[in-house]
Unconditional design. Sequence first.
Length: 1053
Amino acid sequence: MVPKCGGQVEQVEEVEQVEQVEEVEQVEEVQQVEEVEEVEDVEQGEQKLKMIKTEKILHLRSCRGRKLRVVREHYLRERVPCYSGACQAGCAHADGKLLPADLTHYVVPDVGVVLDYLEILELRELQGVVFTQTACQALQHSKGRRQYNRLRNLLKDPRHDCVLFANEFQEYSYCPREKGESQDTWQSRCVYSAAVWFYNHLAGLMDIVMITEDQEAVTRYSSLNSGVYVISVRDYLQNFWPELRAAHELHASVCQALQEKEGEVRERQYAEHLPPEVLEAGIKSGRYVQGTLNVSKHRAQTEASIMTEGFSNKSTDSWCVLVHGDKHRNRAVHGDVVAVELLPKSEWRGKVTALSEGQGAEPSGEDGERKPLPTGRVVGVLQRNWRDFVVTFPPRDGTQPQSRNSQRILAVPWDHRIPKIRISTQQADALQDHRVVVRIDSWESSSLYPNGHSVRVLGRSGELETEVQTILVENCIHAPPFSDAQLRELPVNSPENPWTVDPAQVAQRRDLRESHLVFSIDPQGCEDVDDTLSVRHLAGGTLLELGVHIADVTHFVSEGSLSDLEARSRATTYYLADRRYDMLPAVLSADLCSLLGGVDRYAMSVMWELDARTLAVSRVWYGRTVVRSSYQLHYELAQALLDGDEAAVPELVRLGSEEQEAKRAELVQALETLTHVSRHLRAQRDRGGALELEGLEVRAQLDEEKNITALVPRQPLEVHETVAECMIYANHWVARKIQETFPHQALLRHHPPPRQEFFLQLVDSARARGFTIDTRTNKALADSLDRAADPQDPLVNRLLRMMTTQAMSEALYCSTGAQSLDQFYHYGLALDRYTHFTSPIRRYADVVVHRLLAAAMATKRGVASGKALAGNKGLEETAQHINKKNRAAKRAQKLSTELFQCLYFKERDPQTDRRCVADAVIYSIRDDGVLAFVPEYGVKGPVHLKNREGLVVSVGPDGGCEWQSGSVRRQPDRISTTSGGGTCTFRLFDHVTEVVRLAEEAQERAARRPKLSREEREFSQSKTPNLYSLLEEVRELALTDPDMIPQVCASTA
Ligand SMILES: [Zn+2]
């Protein structure tokens, strides 16, 4: 195994290969220099490199206790690159990243620091970090692959200012281990020797600071060489980064956790996990089942399941295994990949379908639980999915004596699918009612709870900023301000230095500025205009030319640049109710890439020539263009123009009346033609089975101080559909183009057909109302949904469409090489191929697709496209990453909307404010209540008909509600309560305004505190509304989202 010269990562990978083969735990490492000989000269560029061969002997012990002696050839070289911009020796740095030359010092962490404090070194603010090969290898040995990959990613990421120095391959920094020398001592000697080498190599121009938690090392080395300092992490942070609070807090918190860990011996609480190779063998033989643990939202304490991972995407290959109770869950945390052993059939359980947790601790078979499912216990964790968790510190019990210095507390995670986390802290009092970010360090079998440490404080819970930050952290959304380095990459557009189109670019592009009437239609106040349209007659009116012109983002964002990397890791712009986090810096997203009115912009265009009568496509043109949009319209204005209403077009108000009329007529004509074309396109897709689905879309209208003034359901206008249809058309044609050119490496968006069993609730609910839903094909489904309309109650159809949406699979990005041709189909849109091309400012998928389209055009012209395209594997990885981030973005948006819905109701007194009384419709029947939807506010929530004391709701003759003793009887389409006051029945699609309003009166009369549904509570927040408790309830709502049972399993992806 001869290491290649120069590459940093290769050298580490070489080590990795050995580990993969041996799967060993390293117990002792003895270093012997057997012989030193010059073995070969390797030519690299024009330099002849001298290599010296030695042998390194490792004594290793395998997991089964077998002893191994491994002799590894070890080559030393005179020249090992330093990756410093301050290098005086002309190191060959290939294309690795360089440490800046203008720093005051470089810092070299020793092995212990890398093992225990890696997360501090991960802070982007720290600069000039040199990781030694010694520390890297130690991390891999003692912390495993996940930690090791973390370090490798750090080293690869150009946004982090750190490099790897292959100190053990460097002739002069390499230290053979001496007889009898302990591993720790030898390792710290290696790291120190590397630090000294760096100082000398950079000719003393750069101070080097070695950081270590080993006091002995500080004493031994600190006064050996001037210019090479050896200090503790704490001293380092205090002296060099006094302002970097995050680092100081993290350091204190990790120290605390480490201290606690020492000397902790307790009895076993959980079964030990089996070693990885036993798990692997067991999974192969079929003894264990592998899957991702999904903890129930409704019954987080007891209920979890895994969806087994089949070998293909066919639905029949995967099935659900229940994991019941915390002993069987065996320290696995929501999202972990686990191995499960099935229990004997006699121990199988069913899922509970009641509304609330803890109701009847041991549910009797008929009432609470459904038919038994395969049930198992976790025997090992294959991959931890621990992320940053937001927790609150519990209120302190004053009577409990606590030690002064540090307290161990059980922090309560925001996501209650996550177990409580034990934290040692000195701030337990100060941080009461605060939200804090924590990380889990370990979960020993002797501990009931995982141990963790705090990372940073978000703020007091209930405050808007804290809650928004919580939503971001919980969804792993990291969107800090763009770095200076990234902004320096980008063009400038300022009054002193205005940006203009480059004549050389114009020469290469099709210039549409004079020839085409280009305009945009967006929501009001939109800054990032991705897309514009044009339409005109050709050939004396026999042809129509439709054009879709999209911001040319990839002209400004070249592959691999800092902007590109940052955009990729964000993957999308995040839209929250009151703010957004852009994928691209404003100079691009709101300016140079935005196709604003009246300015020259670069675009990527698709233009179709259509037969003016039949609208059949005769020719398609793809390519780069220069456009100048004439009108920046918003939807309401465009619709008004189409409807012939009096509406002022801002771009025309300054013109004389004659010119204004002519221009207005021209614009209206274009809008009409566009409407005509898109109706035709829509009809075409409808014939293929396109679905019209219903989501919950409610926008919070905010005033300047971010107070909600109203909750506004989205108003559908035809022009929305017109624009959408043109975009769908462009996306479809681009998908065809890139798939045909790159059959194995194009990015598509596919939408698999839903699993039939997900339609059960929809079909049953519709039947309750006398409608038949045919779900065999998308066409049959679309047609039967159209027929399932009650002229008396339009909400019925809306709810059925909502349920259809819920039953749908998720549309996903994929690489064409990873799926077969028939998998490309987009079920919802009824198109054989689809992708995203039209929003490159706010979606990274579109950026990738733009590059693919440009490469396809270059291929057609026979021009090499410069950079090689990502292969199927790389592209599929990108696709999965974007899918994950999109899910996070969606969840974050939903949570923030709910946050503001809450704020809206917080201010209202239900006694006097009519807005608190709303119409609700029952859309699902549960064992002890119903789920209802309030269309006016787009809110869904549970309505309990039975409370914790076992009392049921009874409606009196005056329409008032009371809690009385009685019973609840559930049938497929209805639920009835029977009590002294008689029987009342709630059916699917019943409107339940009264129940919601009067349950509150019942509460007052009964002078008890029955458990109210979220809505009821929301409406009854009157006396002293406390935002904190409201938020807790919103969170509950988010988690009690009424998925159908099979979906609980399906959402494990
Ligand atoms: Zn150098």
